[in-house]
Design a protein. Structure first.
Length: 496
């Protein structure tokens, strides 16, 4: 059966800071907990118990500390080999972990979502009550949940992204539907969230996607203009696999898509963020593959094609998507990564393509805890084929909980020396990680990191976070869905 991870975690006080299973953002069926993940779960429990005793802390407090994060990384290393640069001393001494903490990193997350959780979660769970306390600090006039649950969920998004992580800026995103009134987060609501956060902060913290649906026909050009001129959206988000009109569509369809790229140029929007990979059950599988990017990128060199999820097919079972089924090649080649490798092949045969970018939302999160060596192969090939300046940071949070554990995983991830020798992958240097975590996206979105950092250092959110970090209370949960095996065949999750 489907259950939200946060509901499963509701009665547990001692949650590890790095998840022990993959949750779905409702765009894919997640894999069941692997043998390695179960081993990691047992090892982090043992390590945290030992280290908490040494530091005179409760298990709950330890798991929510920097040393708790270090213990989780050590446990992953024990299971998968030496993948993360972490010392045993960091799990035993809070200062040892903090000393290695990068300062003033510009982290710009271009795939975030706020999600709806129930009043019961706020009332009955420690994480929910911590969010209530955080929201009261944001909005001192707050009296109760009943009339402000929508705003409280926005406040929850702020806590997870800007309170419990080092994220500096973010893009709020959503999923298209045929009618906006049936969409939980249509463009107007995404823009409202952007205003909510930026007004609270007193500086620009959040940008907003618009939602583009070319397969609804040329009448959608009017809606496109409305979103740009009235809502002032910052980039497009689109789903080629969503059968909103008569059929799915392709980025390289000269009749369906190209009129929208022409209008996009005239309206001054340059970033086309397209969902590829993770084929949701009612999406068209074939249209979720990245094969349509090649001609589109060549034909429109002045537009940026930002491939969300980097086109990764995912680890779980395909959810019975519509249209032509996609058969993955049978191979033992560790460099072959389902659907991402199709983009590598496009770039290798077209070295003049410079406008395809890899976005890491959900993909880095999954690969770094499920198959870390695959994550290394992925990043190594991205750097080789596109360049380190063409990888963009996204976390798909808060479906995946606070972005912080993903940020720490990338900071600590190191390239395996054997892979470097055999495949000529570069080392994952601090400079490359700084590019990936935010500098690349800042350049793409026209953000001056230094100017923005100065404004942010003095804003209300920074002040509130400094106060909150004296006694932080991260949830250490995810708000996506997992499948608990009850003998039935999993289908697409519903109910959020």
């Amino acid at each position: 059966m489907w259950i939200r991870q946060c509901d499963l975690d509701a009665e547990q006080e001692e949650l590890p800071p790095i998840t022990t299973r993959i949750a779905s953002n409702e765009e894919f069926i997640p894999p069941v907990q692997s043998t390695e993940q179960k081993e990691y779960e047992a090892r982090v429990e043992e390590l945290s118990a030992q280290s908490a005793r040494r530091q005179g802390m409760s298990r709950r407090d330890f798991m929510r500390s920097g040393s708790g994060m270090a213990a989780a990384l050590l446990a992953l290393n024990q299971v998968f080999g030496s993948c993360f640069d972490v010392d045993a001393a960091e799990a035993l001494d809070q200062k040892a972990f903090e000393e290695k903490w990068p300062k003033n990193q510009f982290i710009f997350d271009i795939q975030t979502h706020h999600v709806d959780v129930s009043k019961k979660w706020y009332d009955d769970t420690p994480a929910g009550r911590a969010t209530l306390s955080f929201f009261r600090a944001l909005r001192p006039s707050f009296k109760g949940i009943e009339d402000t649950l929508d705003q409280l969920n926005r406040g929850h998004y702020v806590k997870e992204v800007f309170g419990d992580s080092d994220t500096v800026m973010a893009v709020i995103s959503g999923v298209p539907s045929r009618e906006w009134d049936k969409n939980p987060l249509p463009p107007d609501q995404m823009v409202a969230t952007r205003k909510f956060v930026n007004d609270l902060a007193g500086s620009q913290r959040v940008l907003s996607h618009g939602l583009l649906r070319p397969n609804l026909g040329l009448k959608e050009l009017d809606e496109m203009e409305r979103q740009v001129k009235e809502l002032k959206i910052d980039a497009w988000k689109m789903y080629t696999g969503a059968e909103l009109g008569e059929k799915p569509w392709r980025m390289d369809d000269e009749k369906v898509a190209y009129p929208f790229w022409e209008r996009t140029k005239k309206l001054g929007v340059k970033n086309l963020c397209v969902h590829k990979g993770l084929p949701l059950g009612f999406f068209n599988e074939q249209a979720c593959t990245p094969v349509d990017l090649e001609k589109a990128a060549l034909d429109w060199p002045d537009l940026n094609f930002v491939v969300y999820h980097s086109g990764f097919r995912g680890f779980g079972a395909l959810a019975g998507g519509t249209g032509q089924k996609v058969k993955d090649p049978a191979t033992d080649d560790p460099q072959e990564i389902s659907w991402i490798s199709d983009i590598f092949r496009i770039l290798k045969r077209n070295p003049k393509i410079k406008n395809i970018y890899f976005e890491l939302g959900s993909t880095f999160h999954m690969t770094s805890v499920y198959k870390p060596q695959m994550c290394m192969h992925m990043l190594g090939q991205m750097i080789q084929t596109a360049g380190a300046d063409h990888i963009l940071w996204g976390t798909d949070s808060i479906w995946n909980g606070s972005p912080q554990s993903q940020i720490v995983r990338l900071r600590k991830l190191k390239m395996n020396e054997q892979l470097m020798e055999k495949y000529k992958y570069p080392a994952l240097t601090d400079a490359i990680k700084d590019q990936i975590l935010g500098l690349n996206a800042a350049k793409l979105f026209g953000i001056d990191p230094e100017a923005k950092r100065k404004a942010i250092q003095a804003d209300k959110l920074t002040q509130l976070r400094q106060e909150y970090r004296r006694q932080p209370s991260p949830s250490n949960t995810q708000y996506g869905w997992i499948w608990i095996d009850d003998g039935r065949e999993p289908t697409v999750p519903v109910g959020s």
